[in-house]
Design a protein around this ligand. Structure first.
Ligand SMILES: NC(=O)c1ccc[n+]([C@@H]2O[C@H](COP(=O)([O-])OP(=O)(O)OC[C@H]3O[C@@H](n4cnc5c(N)ncnc54)[C@H](OP(=O)(O)O)[C@@H]3O)[C@@H](O)[C@H]2O)c1
Length: 310
Protein backbone atom coordinates (compact mmCIF):
# COMPACT_ATOMS: atom_id res chain seq x y z
CA UNK A 1 0.00 0.00 0.00
CA UNK A 2 0.97 3.67 -0.32
CA UNK A 3 3.85 4.93 1.84
CA UNK A 4 1.67 7.17 3.97
CA UNK A 5 4.13 9.62 5.49
CA UNK A 6 5.67 10.63 2.22
CA UNK A 7 2.78 10.28 -0.20
CA UNK A 8 -0.41 12.23 0.19
CA UNK A 9 -3.50 11.02 -1.64
CA UNK A 10 -6.14 13.44 -2.91
CA UNK A 11 -9.52 11.98 -3.84
CA UNK A 12 -11.77 14.30 -5.85
CA UNK A 13 -15.47 13.49 -6.26
CA UNK A 14 -15.42 11.31 -3.14
CA UNK A 15 -19.18 11.71 -2.63
CA UNK A 16 -20.07 10.23 -6.03
CA UNK A 17 -20.93 6.72 -7.21
CA UNK A 18 -17.32 5.82 -7.87
CA UNK A 19 -15.74 8.06 -5.24
CA UNK A 20 -17.75 6.35 -2.51
CA UNK A 21 -16.03 3.05 -3.37
CA UNK A 22 -12.60 4.66 -2.89
CA UNK A 23 -13.77 5.97 0.49
CA UNK A 24 -14.90 2.45 1.33
CA UNK A 25 -11.60 0.80 0.28
CA UNK A 26 -9.37 3.44 1.92
CA UNK A 27 -11.26 3.20 5.20
CA UNK A 28 -11.16 -0.60 5.09
CA UNK A 29 -7.37 -0.52 4.60
CA UNK A 30 -6.76 2.37 7.03
CA UNK A 31 -5.32 4.58 4.33
CA UNK A 32 -5.23 8.31 5.05
CA UNK A 33 -6.34 10.63 2.31
CA UNK A 34 -7.80 14.03 1.57
CA UNK A 35 -11.24 14.27 0.03
CA UNK A 36 -12.64 17.81 -0.01
CA UNK A 37 -16.37 18.14 -0.53
CA UNK A 38 -17.87 20.65 -2.97
CA UNK A 39 -18.28 23.34 -0.30
CA UNK A 40 -14.56 23.04 0.57
CA UNK A 41 -13.31 22.94 -3.01
CA UNK A 42 -15.46 23.96 -5.96
CA UNK A 43 -13.99 22.21 -9.00
CA UNK A 44 -15.55 24.78 -11.32
CA UNK A 45 -13.16 27.36 -9.88
CA UNK A 46 -9.67 27.13 -11.36
CA UNK A 47 -8.00 29.43 -8.81
CA UNK A 48 -9.37 27.49 -5.84
CA UNK A 49 -8.09 24.22 -7.32
CA UNK A 50 -4.62 25.62 -7.94
CA UNK A 51 -4.50 27.06 -4.43
CA UNK A 52 -5.68 23.79 -2.90
CA UNK A 53 -3.04 21.79 -4.79
CA UNK A 54 -0.23 24.17 -3.87
CA UNK A 55 -1.25 24.04 -0.21
CA UNK A 56 -1.81 20.29 0.12
CA UNK A 57 0.82 19.01 -2.38
CA UNK A 58 -0.65 15.56 -3.07
CA UNK A 59 1.52 12.84 -4.62
CA UNK A 60 -1.49 10.95 -5.98
CA UNK A 61 -4.62 12.54 -7.39
CA UNK A 62 -7.58 10.25 -7.94
CA UNK A 63 -10.21 12.16 -9.84
CA UNK A 64 -13.73 10.72 -9.57
CA UNK A 65 -15.36 14.11 -10.08
CA UNK A 66 -17.24 14.85 -13.26
CA UNK A 67 -20.64 15.43 -14.76
CA UNK A 68 -21.96 12.23 -16.26
CA UNK A 69 -25.74 12.58 -16.52
CA UNK A 70 -26.30 12.75 -20.28
CA UNK A 71 -29.26 15.13 -20.34
CA UNK A 72 -27.61 17.57 -17.93
CA UNK A 73 -24.42 17.62 -20.01
CA UNK A 74 -26.50 18.44 -23.12
CA UNK A 75 -28.24 21.29 -21.30
CA UNK A 76 -25.19 22.57 -19.37
CA UNK A 77 -22.42 22.20 -21.93
CA UNK A 78 -20.02 24.63 -20.29
CA UNK A 79 -20.28 22.88 -16.95
CA UNK A 80 -19.70 19.54 -18.65
CA UNK A 81 -16.66 20.94 -20.49
CA UNK A 82 -15.12 22.27 -17.28
CA UNK A 83 -15.75 19.21 -15.11
CA UNK A 84 -15.11 16.53 -17.73
CA UNK A 85 -12.22 18.18 -19.58
CA UNK A 86 -10.79 21.50 -18.28
CA UNK A 87 -10.39 20.18 -14.74
CA UNK A 88 -8.03 17.50 -16.05
CA UNK A 89 -5.83 20.13 -17.70
CA UNK A 90 -5.34 21.85 -14.34
CA UNK A 91 -4.63 18.55 -12.58
CA UNK A 92 -2.25 17.49 -15.33
CA UNK A 93 -0.23 20.73 -15.15
CA UNK A 94 0.23 20.17 -11.41
CA UNK A 95 1.05 16.49 -11.91
CA UNK A 96 3.62 17.19 -14.64
CA UNK A 97 5.32 19.92 -12.58
CA UNK A 98 5.48 17.90 -9.36
CA UNK A 99 5.67 14.33 -10.75
CA UNK A 100 2.47 13.53 -8.87
CA UNK A 101 0.49 10.70 -10.40
CA UNK A 102 -2.92 11.53 -11.82
CA UNK A 103 -5.56 8.85 -12.19
CA UNK A 104 -8.84 9.75 -13.83
CA UNK A 105 -11.82 8.06 -15.47
CA UNK A 106 -13.32 7.93 -18.89
CA UNK A 107 -16.29 6.21 -20.39
CA UNK A 108 -17.55 3.77 -23.01
CA UNK A 109 -19.66 6.71 -24.26
CA UNK A 110 -16.68 7.93 -26.30
CA UNK A 111 -17.89 5.33 -28.87
CA UNK A 112 -20.99 5.46 -31.05
CA UNK A 113 -21.82 1.84 -30.21
CA UNK A 114 -22.72 0.93 -33.79
CA UNK A 115 -20.48 -2.12 -34.00
CA UNK A 116 -22.07 -5.52 -33.46
CA UNK A 117 -21.90 -7.12 -30.00
CA UNK A 118 -19.18 -9.52 -31.13
CA UNK A 119 -16.86 -6.50 -31.24
CA UNK A 120 -15.91 -5.02 -27.89
CA UNK A 121 -14.07 -1.70 -28.04
CA UNK A 122 -10.34 -1.55 -27.38
CA UNK A 123 -8.31 1.42 -26.17
CA UNK A 124 -7.29 2.28 -29.72
CA UNK A 125 -10.62 1.95 -31.55
CA UNK A 126 -11.85 5.05 -33.33
CA UNK A 127 -13.94 7.26 -31.07
CA UNK A 128 -17.22 8.80 -32.25
CA UNK A 129 -19.16 10.11 -29.27
CA UNK A 130 -22.92 10.59 -29.62
CA UNK A 131 -23.27 13.00 -26.73
CA UNK A 132 -21.70 16.15 -25.26
CA UNK A 133 -20.64 14.05 -22.28
CA UNK A 134 -18.89 11.52 -24.54
CA UNK A 135 -17.17 14.21 -26.59
CA UNK A 136 -15.82 16.09 -23.55
CA UNK A 137 -14.49 12.82 -22.18
CA UNK A 138 -12.94 12.04 -25.56
CA UNK A 139 -11.29 15.50 -25.63
CA UNK A 140 -9.96 14.83 -22.14
CA UNK A 141 -8.45 11.50 -23.26
CA UNK A 142 -6.83 13.06 -26.34
CA UNK A 143 -5.38 15.86 -24.24
CA UNK A 144 -3.85 13.55 -21.62
CA UNK A 145 -2.53 11.12 -24.24
CA UNK A 146 -0.62 13.95 -25.94
CA UNK A 147 0.24 16.27 -23.02
CA UNK A 148 0.21 14.01 -19.96
CA UNK A 149 3.19 12.22 -18.42
CA UNK A 150 2.33 10.52 -15.11
CA UNK A 151 -1.28 9.58 -15.69
CA UNK A 152 -3.71 6.71 -15.88
CA UNK A 153 -7.05 6.97 -17.65
CA UNK A 154 -9.35 4.12 -16.73
CA UNK A 155 -12.24 3.68 -19.10
CA UNK A 156 -15.28 2.07 -17.58
CA UNK A 157 -18.82 1.22 -18.61
CA UNK A 158 -21.94 1.12 -16.36
CA UNK A 159 -21.15 1.28 -12.66
CA UNK A 160 -22.98 -0.57 -9.93
CA UNK A 161 -22.08 -1.30 -6.32
CA UNK A 162 -21.94 0.18 -2.85
CA UNK A 163 -23.89 3.41 -2.53
CA UNK A 164 -25.39 3.22 -6.03
CA UNK A 165 -29.15 3.15 -6.19
CA UNK A 166 -29.60 1.94 -9.77
CA UNK A 167 -31.19 -1.04 -11.53
CA UNK A 168 -28.79 -3.49 -9.83
CA UNK A 169 -29.70 -2.22 -6.38
CA UNK A 170 -33.41 -2.20 -7.18
CA UNK A 171 -33.26 -5.64 -8.80
CA UNK A 172 -31.38 -7.32 -5.93
CA UNK A 173 -33.56 -5.59 -3.37
CA UNK A 174 -36.53 -6.89 -5.30
CA UNK A 175 -35.32 -10.44 -4.82
CA UNK A 176 -35.30 -10.34 -1.06
CA UNK A 177 -38.14 -8.02 -0.13
CA UNK A 178 -41.55 -9.57 -0.14
CA UNK A 179 -43.09 -6.25 -1.17
CA UNK A 180 -40.47 -5.56 -3.80
CA UNK A 181 -41.46 -3.44 -6.76
CA UNK A 182 -41.51 -4.92 -10.25
CA UNK A 183 -38.58 -3.43 -12.10
CA UNK A 184 -37.67 -3.13 -15.76
CA UNK A 185 -34.15 -3.60 -17.12
CA UNK A 186 -33.27 -2.78 -20.70
CA UNK A 187 -32.29 -5.72 -22.89
CA UNK A 188 -30.92 -3.87 -25.92
CA UNK A 189 -27.84 -2.14 -24.48
CA UNK A 190 -24.67 -4.22 -24.66
CA UNK A 191 -22.30 -3.13 -21.87
CA UNK A 192 -19.36 -4.30 -19.77
CA UNK A 193 -20.41 -3.32 -16.25
CA UNK A 194 -18.10 -2.58 -13.35
CA UNK A 195 -18.52 -3.00 -9.65
CA UNK A 196 -17.32 0.30 -8.16
CA UNK A 197 -15.27 -1.57 -5.53
CA UNK A 198 -13.43 -3.41 -8.32
CA UNK A 199 -12.64 -0.13 -10.05
CA UNK A 200 -11.28 1.31 -6.80
CA UNK A 201 -9.20 -1.83 -6.03
CA UNK A 202 -7.89 -1.90 -9.56
CA UNK A 203 -6.94 1.80 -9.46
CA UNK A 204 -5.13 1.34 -6.15
CA UNK A 205 -3.39 -1.70 -7.65
CA UNK A 206 -2.21 0.40 -10.63
CA UNK A 207 -0.96 3.21 -8.39
CA UNK A 208 0.97 0.75 -6.23
CA UNK A 209 2.80 -0.96 -9.07
CA UNK A 210 6.55 -0.32 -9.10
CA UNK A 211 6.87 -0.11 -12.85
CA UNK A 212 4.05 2.15 -13.82
CA UNK A 213 2.92 1.69 -17.37
CA UNK A 214 1.05 4.95 -17.84
CA UNK A 215 -1.74 5.40 -20.37
CA UNK A 216 -5.36 4.54 -21.02
CA UNK A 217 -6.84 1.22 -19.86
CA UNK A 218 -10.26 -0.31 -20.32
CA UNK A 219 -11.62 -2.02 -17.26
CA UNK A 220 -14.73 -4.08 -16.41
CA UNK A 221 -16.01 -6.56 -13.84
CA UNK A 222 -18.31 -8.43 -16.25
CA UNK A 223 -17.41 -8.74 -19.89
CA UNK A 224 -19.78 -7.69 -22.69
CA UNK A 225 -23.41 -8.60 -22.10
CA UNK A 226 -26.86 -7.11 -22.47
CA UNK A 227 -27.86 -5.12 -19.42
CA UNK A 228 -30.71 -7.52 -18.63
CA UNK A 229 -28.51 -10.64 -19.06
CA UNK A 230 -25.83 -9.12 -16.84
CA UNK A 231 -28.38 -8.62 -14.12
CA UNK A 232 -29.49 -12.24 -14.45
CA UNK A 233 -25.86 -13.43 -13.99
CA UNK A 234 -25.35 -11.21 -10.97
CA UNK A 235 -28.69 -12.36 -9.58
CA UNK A 236 -27.47 -15.97 -9.76
CA UNK A 237 -24.37 -15.08 -7.69
CA UNK A 238 -26.55 -13.19 -5.25
CA UNK A 239 -28.89 -16.14 -4.84
CA UNK A 240 -25.89 -18.38 -4.08
CA UNK A 241 -24.75 -15.81 -1.54
CA UNK A 242 -28.24 -15.65 -0.04
CA UNK A 243 -28.54 -19.38 0.49
CA UNK A 244 -29.44 -18.91 4.14
CA UNK A 245 -32.09 -16.29 3.47
CA UNK A 246 -35.69 -16.77 2.42
CA UNK A 247 -36.62 -14.44 -0.35
CA UNK A 248 -39.65 -13.80 -2.48
CA UNK A 249 -39.07 -13.52 -6.17
CA UNK A 250 -40.67 -10.63 -8.02
CA UNK A 251 -40.70 -10.19 -11.75
CA UNK A 252 -37.83 -8.44 -13.44
CA UNK A 253 -38.88 -7.47 -16.93
CA UNK A 254 -36.77 -6.78 -20.00
CA UNK A 255 -37.61 -3.48 -21.70
CA UNK A 256 -36.29 -1.45 -24.67
CA UNK A 257 -34.02 1.55 -24.06
CA UNK A 258 -36.34 3.82 -26.05
CA UNK A 259 -39.16 3.09 -23.59
CA UNK A 260 -37.14 3.49 -20.40
CA UNK A 261 -34.87 6.41 -21.33
CA UNK A 262 -37.11 8.15 -23.86
CA UNK A 263 -35.34 11.53 -23.48
CA UNK A 264 -31.75 10.36 -23.89
CA UNK A 265 -32.24 7.14 -25.83
CA UNK A 266 -30.55 8.41 -29.02
CA UNK A 267 -27.48 9.52 -27.01
CA UNK A 268 -26.84 6.05 -25.64
CA UNK A 269 -24.57 3.74 -27.65
CA UNK A 270 -26.23 0.39 -28.35
CA UNK A 271 -22.99 -1.52 -27.94
CA UNK A 272 -20.49 0.01 -25.57
CA UNK A 273 -18.74 -3.10 -24.32
CA UNK A 274 -15.02 -2.72 -23.72
CA UNK A 275 -12.28 -5.31 -24.00
CA UNK A 276 -9.46 -5.59 -21.49
CA UNK A 277 -6.86 -7.38 -23.60
CA UNK A 278 -4.29 -4.65 -22.89
CA UNK A 279 -4.70 -5.22 -19.17
CA UNK A 280 -4.83 -8.97 -19.39
CA UNK A 281 -1.42 -8.99 -21.05
CA UNK A 282 0.05 -7.49 -17.85
CA UNK A 283 1.40 -10.37 -15.68
CA UNK A 284 0.47 -8.56 -12.49
CA UNK A 285 -3.15 -8.32 -13.57
CA UNK A 286 -3.66 -11.95 -12.61
CA UNK A 287 -2.77 -11.05 -9.03
CA UNK A 288 -5.58 -8.55 -9.08
CA UNK A 289 -8.27 -10.89 -10.37
CA UNK A 290 -8.51 -12.73 -7.03
CA UNK A 291 -9.88 -9.53 -5.41
CA UNK A 292 -12.86 -9.44 -7.72
CA UNK A 293 -14.79 -12.30 -6.13
CA UNK A 294 -14.09 -10.92 -2.65
CA UNK A 295 -15.33 -7.46 -3.71
CA UNK A 296 -18.59 -8.96 -4.99
CA UNK A 297 -19.19 -10.60 -1.61
CA UNK A 298 -18.37 -7.34 0.17
CA UNK A 299 -20.93 -5.61 -2.06
CA UNK A 300 -23.62 -8.21 -1.32
CA UNK A 301 -22.94 -8.03 2.43
CA UNK A 302 -23.03 -4.23 2.33
CA UNK A 303 -26.31 -4.30 0.42
CA UNK A 304 -27.94 -6.53 3.03
CA UNK A 305 -26.56 -4.95 6.19
CA UNK A 306 -26.08 -1.26 5.38
CA UNK A 307 -28.64 -0.60 2.67
CA UNK A 308 -31.44 -3.02 3.47
CA UNK A 309 -30.71 -3.39 7.22
CA UNK A 310 -31.24 -7.16 7.16
N1 LIG B 1 -21.50 6.08 -13.30
C1 LIG B 1 -21.15 5.36 -14.37
O1 LIG B 1 -21.84 4.40 -14.76
C2 LIG B 1 -19.90 5.73 -15.15
C3 LIG B 1 -19.64 5.03 -16.35
C4 LIG B 1 -18.49 5.35 -17.07
C5 LIG B 1 -17.62 6.32 -16.59
N2 LIG B 1 -17.89 6.99 -15.44
C6 LIG B 1 -16.94 8.02 -14.99
O2 LIG B 1 -16.56 7.76 -13.66
C7 LIG B 1 -16.30 9.00 -12.99
C8 LIG B 1 -17.14 9.07 -11.73
O3 LIG B 1 -18.52 9.02 -12.11
P1 LIG B 1 -19.68 8.89 -11.03
O4 LIG B 1 -20.76 8.10 -11.66
O5 LIG B 1 -19.12 8.45 -9.72
O6 LIG B 1 -20.14 10.41 -10.93
P2 LIG B 1 -21.13 11.05 -9.85
O7 LIG B 1 -21.78 10.00 -9.03
O8 LIG B 1 -22.00 12.01 -10.60
O9 LIG B 1 -20.14 11.88 -8.91
C9 LIG B 1 -19.55 13.06 -9.35
C10 LIG B 1 -18.72 13.65 -8.23
O10 LIG B 1 -18.20 14.90 -8.69
C11 LIG B 1 -18.48 15.88 -7.69
N3 LIG B 1 -18.64 17.21 -8.25
C12 LIG B 1 -19.47 17.56 -9.28
N4 LIG B 1 -19.38 18.90 -9.49
C13 LIG B 1 -18.49 19.37 -8.57
C14 LIG B 1 -17.97 20.66 -8.28
N5 LIG B 1 -18.34 21.75 -8.96
N6 LIG B 1 -17.06 20.76 -7.29
C15 LIG B 1 -16.69 19.70 -6.56
N7 LIG B 1 -17.13 18.45 -6.79
C16 LIG B 1 -18.03 18.30 -7.78
C17 LIG B 1 -19.78 15.42 -7.05
O11 LIG B 1 -19.95 16.08 -5.82
P3 LIG B 1 -21.43 16.30 -5.23
O12 LIG B 1 -21.88 14.92 -4.81
O13 LIG B 1 -21.25 17.22 -4.09
O14 LIG B 1 -22.24 16.86 -6.35
C18 LIG B 1 -19.53 13.92 -6.95
O15 LIG B 1 -18.73 13.65 -5.83
C19 LIG B 1 -16.61 10.11 -13.99
O16 LIG B 1 -15.42 10.48 -14.61
C20 LIG B 1 -17.52 9.42 -15.00
O17 LIG B 1 -17.43 10.03 -16.26
C21 LIG B 1 -19.02 6.72 -14.71
Amino acid sequence: MFVQNEKKILLLGGTGRLGSAFNFQFKKDNIEYLSPKKDELNLLDRKSIELYLSKTKPSFIINCAGLSILDICEREKEKSRILNFELIKILNIYSTETKAILLTFSTDYVFDGLSSPDHSYSETDEKKPLSIYGSHKSDMEDYLLTEGKNFFIIRISSLYGVGINNFVFKGLKNLIQKKGETIEIVDDEFISPSLNLDVASFSIFLLNQNNKNYGCYNFFSYEGCYRYDFFMKLKQNFITFLETYNFAYKDINPIKTSRLFFESSSLRPKNSSLNCRKLESNDNYLNFIQFKRENELIFFRHLLKDDLKI
